[in-house]
Design a protein around this ligand. Structure first.
Ligand SMILES: [Zn+2]
Length: 690
């Protein structure tokens, strides 16, 4: 990150450069996300029960502050109730020219006094959060190290998304997460409230959404999704699910607002709506339940429904952003539906993508009329982006960049760095996840402002968000395990200036925070036991085939091409995930079938390749492997022929399939076919010949 960029989009001045916390570390206790400036003074403030404080907040703001201060481990009392002069001051001040964000704050601790100042209550709130992290038990009381902090966020939008559809999580659990998110200065909680797996919010006008669409025939998403995918009436035998009542939502919104968090509701459209169309089949193209995932966009009743739902949603959620999903529409029923086709003709739309765009534009106008702003997954770019929409970029950064180049705002949330449903450590040591490998360090390394953006464009990056999809996460404890400590890394990406970040320093703080979280009743991943990357991926492997030409008798898939034709002999082995750019994917009938040309007759003693299985996305070990050798590249002599049944039940597995022996030849052919009973992908990363 350059100085110029930071000056531009955070609105800071050059004088702050070099004043980062990293230059003045406080070893014992510190603040996450790391503040812009933090300098250690001399001595400690003794924090005791009944320490008197003063504030210039009045009325409900003063009462809010009193509640906020209860997060500290001692009881503070207003100075006017104490028979002593105040030792803690929390003041609203005029906006600072330097710390221009209203979320900025300063915190000054001396042995005599603590002072927190900000130009808004959210700034004061964040000052108190930093103070709370500096408080250390000492004897029978607590101390706070003398320190001077000046702090401001990098991004206005610092988000976490929880999918409460695939598995429903109760109100109390959501509040508990809000407490921790606030501690790390996350300020948006995006709730994925609707999806095929269950509708999770009471809508007065459409009771069947919660009488039926919120309940399904299996508690666990995986078995339900692979099973009958039925919805059942609330209260009937074998019905699992749940939803938030309007009262629950109000309570959550208020609870979050007290902690400076805005809840962003997401109502999926036009797809991911099987549950709605089971309850109200007249809104689908077929008119029948269990047939479609997409709303019928040709039907005016769809718009009546969506606008009625959004009206109630806007009554409950004050959020500027209303998220309308927009992702992964199949659109197939639209191609033959008379109503959809009529709409395409009448509105002169460009096919079904134009139809999706028509819906998004119309919904955007509706939201704008009510003073709200449309936010959607990057598929809302299809067929042309609505005029004021903000894009949440999840399929990489391209969607966000496309939006920004056309003058729209974007929230960056690429799967590569922000999808917390992937494994956070060596998969064999972890509970089953959807796949992928996203360790803490990779989250931490993310920069939401790609270098290709101009400083002007960089201002349109509204922020960054982590997403926790819960297909494979059935319990509250498991949610916490996937969230923590990775959300701390995301918080530092979102809040801290890039120049202030330091991985070793963050890692030390994260270990400390994992202990804190555990003591506070959370269930974080035990970072101290992290295994780390796949050892084979850490350094290149040298062998006889390295750099030699590979002939593909069957093609690799272009979506998983790794480094292309040279990938299997480049000496680079993959990490724990098949999507890391080193594993090459094969899905053609013959799967893997390659011939390596060693250029001259060569004595060979081992031929080896690694394979992995990630059953969730249908990546499997091979059912049969043939390794053979040839002098002319035409007539091959088999060295190894091996067949083994593949078990779909193994979520994750790694296997090297190797021939050992003595042979001579110029060409080595490696074939790996799928087990006929288990049809899926085969991935390998290197053909190693010695
Ligand atoms: Zn239709």
């Amino acid at each position: 990150m350059t100085i110029r960029n930071r000056y531009t989009y955070v609105g800071l001045f050059l004088w702050v450069i070099g004043m980062c916390f990293a230059a003045h570390p406080i070893k014992a206790q510190s603040v996450t996300p790391v503040p812009l400036k933090m300098e250690r003074g001399t001595g400690f403030f003794q924090l005791l029960d009944d320490t008197p404080y003063e504030t210039n907040l009045r009325g409900k703001d003063a009462r809010w502050l009193a509640r906020t201060l209860r997060s500290l481990p001692v009881r503070l009392i207003p100075a006017e109730q104490a028979d002593a002069s105040p030792r803690l001051t929390l003041r609203l001040t005029d906006a600072s020219a330097v710390l221009s964000s209203p979320e900025s704050y300063t915190l000054s601790v001396t042995p005599e006094h603590i002072r927190v100042e900000a130009s808004s209550v959210s700034g004061l709130f964040y000052g108190v959060q930093s103070l709370g992290q500096l408080v250390t038990p000492a004897g029978t009381g607590f101390t706070v190290p003398a320190v001077e902090v000046e702090d401001t966020p990098r991004f206005a939008y610092r988000g976490f998304m929880l999918d409460v559809s695939r598995h429903f999580f109760p109100k109390a659990f959501v509040k508990k997460q809000i407490d921790a998110l606030a501690r790390y200065k996350i300020n948006r909680l995006h709730l994925h409230l609707t999806d095929a797996a269950g509708w999770r919010i009471e809508i007065k006008k459409y009771p069947r959404l919660t009488d039926l669409a919120a309940w399904r025939s299996g508690a666990n998403w995986k078995s339900w999704w692979n099973g009958d995918r039925r919805y059942l009436p609330e209260g009937s035998e074998g019905a699992f699910g749940g939803y938030y009542t309007r009262e629950d939502i109000r309570e959550l919104v208020d609870y979050a607002r007290e902690r400076c968090i805005t809840i962003v509701p997401e109502i999926e459209m036009p797809s991911h709506s099987e549950e709605v169309l089971a309850a109200y089949p007249e809104l689908s193209c077929s008119g029948e339940p269990y047939k479609n995932a997409d709303f019928c966009v040709g039907n005016e009743r769809t718009f009546t429904f969506l606008e009625n739902v959004l009206t109630e949603v806007m009554q409950l959620f004050p959020s500027e952003y209303i998220h309308i999903g927009g992702d992964e529409a199949g659109m197939s029923a639209w191609k033959t539906c008379p109503k959809c086709q009529k709409r395409i003709r009448d509105e002169h739309l460009d096919g079904v993508e134009g139809l999706q765009s028509y819906l998004i534009h119309r919904i955007e106008k509706f939201l704008n009329r009510h003073g709200r702003h449309l936010l959607g997954w990057d598929e809302i770019l299809k067929g042309g982006l609505a005029p004021h929409a903000t894009v949440m970029s999840w399929r990489g950064e391209e969607g966000g960049l496309a939006a920004i180049r056309s003058g729209h705002r974007a929230v960056m949330t690429p799967g590569s760095h922000c999808y917390f449903d992937g494994y956070q450590d060596a998969p064999s040591t972890q509970p089953e996840a959807i796949g992928g490998y996203l360790p803490l360090q990779k989250v931490y390394a993310y920069n939401p402002v790609p270098a290709t953006l101009t400083s002007q464009q960089a201002r349109l990056v509204d922020g960054v968000q982590a997403n926790l999809w819960t297909e494979y996460i059935p319990t509250p404890e498991h949610v916490e395990y996937m969230m923590y400590p990775r959300i701390l890394a995301l918080a530092e990406v979102a809040w801290s200036a890039p120049e202030c970040k330091s991985w070793p320093d963050f890692h030390r703080r994260a270990l400390h925070e994992v202990d804190w979280l555990r003591a506070a009743g959370y269930h974080p991943f035990d970072l101290s036991k992290e295994v780390g990357p796949r050892p084979a991926s850490l350094q290149p492997v040298d062998h006889l085939a390295r750099g030699k030409k590979v002939h593909y008798n069957a093609p690799y898939n272009l979506s998983y091409r790794a480094a292309g034709d040279g990938s299997l002999t480049d000496g680079l082995q993959g990490d724990w995930t098949y999507s890391d750019g080193r594993w090459q994917g094969f899905i053609s009938k013959d799967r893997l079938d390659v011939t390596v040309d060693l250029e001259q007759p060569t004595d060979i003693h081992t031929v080896s390749a690694s394979f992995l299985q990630v059953a969730g996305p249908d990546v499997f070990l091979p059912g049969s492997v043939t390794i053979s050798v040839s002098d002319d590249g035409i007539h091959f002599t088999p060295l190894l022929q091996r067949t083994a049944a593949v078990s779909k039940q193994l979520a994750v597995q790694y296997q090297d399939i190797t021939w050992h022996g003595s042979a001579r030849g110029r060409f080595v052919r490696y074939q790996a076919k799928a087990d006929p009973a288990v049809s899926g992908w085969i991935f390998t990363d290197e053909i190693i010949i010695r």
